[in-house]
Design a protein around this ligand. Sequence first.
Ligand code: N01
Length: 546
Amino acid sequence: MKKPPDFDAVVIGAGISGMYQLYRLRELGYTVKGVEASDNIGGVWHQNRYPGCRVDSESDTYGYFWNKELLQEYNWSERFASQPEVLRYLHRAGELMDIRKDYLFNTRVKSATYDEANNLWRIEFVEGGSAPMTARFLVSALGPLSAPQMPKIDGVHTFKGETYHTGRWPRDPNGFGPDPKIDFRGKRVAVIGTGSSGVQVIQEVSKVAKELVVYQRSPNWCTPLGNAPLPPEEMEAIKKRYDDSLAFLDTTLGGFAHIWLEQNATDVSAEEREVTLEKLYKGPGFSLWLGNYKDVLYNPEANHLVSDFVARKIRQRVKDPKVAEKLIPKDHGFGLRRIPLETKYFECYNQDNVKLVDIKETPIERITPQGIETSEGLREFDIIVFATGFDAILGSWNRMDIIGRGGVSLKDAWKDGVQTYLGMQIVGFPNFFTLVGAQSGATFCNIPRCSALIIDWLSEFFAQVKQRDVELIEPTPQAQAEYTALCHKLLGLTLIGRTNSWFTGVNKNLEGRDKRDALLWAGGNPGYRELLGKVSANGYEGLVMA
Ligand code: N01
């Protein structure tokens, strides 16, 4: 006789998508358990507490649109909310879902193994967590940017001062923000890394540090965030139009409040283009990235025109022309890696207390107990901030053992490249689901908005699974191969697919991660919704259910 599972479903992760998925499963009558490695809800917003951390989606587009009560209750105070404000929002959402009662915190999954004889997943935890548990369905909501990655630098652990990684920032135990004891005032600070996290932390630390040295390996195409307070009367107006906003967001590429222009950059006059780009540059959030001419991420010539525009902006804003040149990306065009949004970032380099070290010119040789040594010599510091990013998309899954049918691990299944069906399921891993991971329609997206689409769809599916007493769900090899091929094709149509970045799985800090892979669904949010609609309309084609 088959053993019954402890739970119908276990959800790993209490971030934005994990909490919502668990809530929906519970509402459907599934017995559920959530497990979370950290000690609280909030996912990346619980962990990334560095000074300056904030959203780069407009605040009122970043949330749970499905929760009408929360939409009407919550007042965003800024156009782009800070980390404490987002985390407060998620805590309130957690309260409204009464989510904590179903989660075990401080419970990090070590392994999840499919037990074929009993058709269930056996989940084991790192020592100190829970006793093992079993589940019929296992949903992994691990987050694409939640496995922080330290750099490979000799002596990295010898430094005697304070060190922090932006993705694991110590927190104020009594509040939602960073630990107030981390004080940069009057200190000599190094920041390694100039992605979105680095840019945000540099802007803040430069205001108070005695000396800030930025170690940059690759510059990024940063554009202005356009943040401002959100007046209460405007917030009230936003509340009245949430339904319309949602309808609009559902039409945009990534669920952001920006939509391509109808023309191509190459089809308009230089004068007209300049006026348009100027307007977009001054616009909020991802205006210039995702509200640009529709060929910018596809046509090298169009991309070059916009890159040239942004390079001119950087030259205007940075006083020292040599420093400006170092801050202009030369190895990739505008928008082909994730755009960091900034507030007076470039002006930081006009300050006397801020210095830029281009480590392609003067490489870091080692970290010593006193500081950082490059080919130019040693600089001493009190604090080093590692803004070196994540083992993006794959890391959270690779850092636990996920063992499917026949004892095959997910790492092995993906060793020659990621393969999924809909970015949700993998052949050989029955009843295992991934949310906002590789090839998911929500990963290159406004995550709360796009992950809700997936969770709503999955919840419909799980309702039918329950109704039909389905106990086993697995994609067909053909459906998986076709979906994966489609991901490659769509990404290959974009210039993003030809660029090394975390979008394409390249990570210089990790062995064997120098080849590009189609980790993203690049068919846009409407395209993904259409595909999911077609799959369900055709009786969940591509999935074997037994
Ligand atoms: O990480 P990143 P991140 N020596 O990978 C450098 C989201 N996010 O944490 O480019 C020296 O982008 C690395 O250099 P290179 C957002 O989606 C959102 O900043 O590899 N440098 C790069 O400069 C974002 O894209 C917000 O040459 C080293 C940096 O470290 C994603 O998270 C805010 C190095 C890493 O940049 C990740 O952003 C923050 C080494 N050994 C983040 N190794 C919002 O606003 C790495 N680097 C919502």
